[in-house]
Design a protein around this ligand. Sequence first.
Ligand code: SF4
Length: 249
Amino acid sequence: MLNAFGNIKIRVERWSMADLNKELKKHASRIVDILLREYPDAEISLKYSDSFELLVAVILSAQCTDDRVNMVTEMLFKKYRTIEDYANSNSKEFSKDIASITYFNQKAKWIVDTARYIIEMHRGEVPSTMEELLELPGVGRKTANVVLQHAYGETEGIAVDTHVMRLSRRMGLVEKRNRDAIEVELMKIIPRKKWRRYTHLMIAHGRAVCKARNPKCDSCPVGEICPSSWVYAEADLSNGKLWKKNGKK
Ligand code: SF4
């Protein structure tokens, strides 16, 4: 089984950590440049009209598709127009309103509790710092990063969702498996001005080409520099498993 740095690490195994970091930065830069050309319009696909709606949509989107979330929020945002509407809602009814979303009972509780907390502690305004956002029920660094970037134009980190985790490991950019640890690794090799774009490029590529099952390595624009491509490599570095014929798992 290969480690997550795969071919790159093997190539530079006699180098110092500084050399490895430099090599990874170059590798990351090449990947980002290629994907920027491939997906020039990659952006957030969740629909919202204010910071609280964005927060609701991001909480709902954990382990659920953005298309499904947008379908549900189209109705939800008409029914619940203010943060007070969420805070005063009947939790059973609210759960029913989002019942087609994964983990809807838990997410309903988080959203209602978050609305109440924001009213009580922040006078009804979604907080604008990482520290304060992380105090909200159901909010981790991924959600906080998305809210900061898209509601406040602040970039504190890289939003790491399942696509970002899978692709970053497959492409040999990170070694860790834990979401927060992956974010730290990425922040060391991706320039800060590209942190926000990086997330949306990975999501776009993960949806279109580098899918969890049966990625299209034979037509992938980064195939020649990807250490997981089943065209050249034996293993998928996202999980260390060997590819079967034609990349099928
Ligand atoms: S070559 Fe394959 S594994 Fe690598 S990024 Fe492209 S689709 Fe994903």
